[in-house]
Design a protein around this ligand. Sequence first.
Ligand SMILES: O=C(O)COP(=O)(O)O
Ligand SMILES: [Mg+2]
Length: 233
Amino acid sequence: MTNPIRAALLDLDGTLLDTVEDMLHAGNAMLRQAIDAEPLRFDDAAAMIGKGSRNFVERAFAVSSGQPMDAPVDQDQVEKWFPVFMHHYRVFNGKTARRYPGVAEGLAVMRARGLKLAVVTNKPSELVRPLLERFQLAHFFDAFVGGGDTPQKKPDPQPLRHACALMDVALESAVMIGDSMNDALAGRNAGCKVLLLPYGYNEGHPVESLEADAIVPTLLDAALWIDGYNAAQ
Ligand SMILES: O=C(O)COP(=O)(O)O
Ligand SMILES: [Mg+2]
């Protein structure tokens, strides 16, 4: 029985847009106010992105006090300063971000083939559409699922299920395209195909070490991989 791919679920940070500096600036503005700490470095911030903004704030406090990023931190402090981080994040959202090569081209090919497209990101939901509009990408998408739209975030499959329900597509007919273990695990757990891009943020777990149907260099290559897959069905 044939089962062509009818929908693509796209991760945002590290897949569509390079957003490290937005998060780095917001994190450092918060840390300056909270504990007058040494600023986070670019490489630290890149490794800390993946499990949503509250987790980024926890990691910011851990790293700025010289701990490994997933060391336990004072949750009262996180509770207090998370809204301050979000205030700065709203201000910086998209200011220093950039589109990765092949993104608009890849999305255009997927749309031309009739695929439904959703963004499935752990970035807080309120920031998702304004950011994609700023980069002229929002119009490609049928659905937007961000952090807070489902009780659980990636790597839980919940947000992928929600996106497929919104688009009326079976999970088995969808491919999750992302940059990290959160995307790979969520995709596998949901029963989707998984494509990974090597240029994003992987929390120290290179995409080569993750379970996927393929690693593709750009989103345009992802679109061509889907063409090849569907032609073979
Ligand atoms: O906000 C994050 O931590 C990661 O967002 P992403 O799911 O779009 O990679
Ligand atoms: Mg990502």
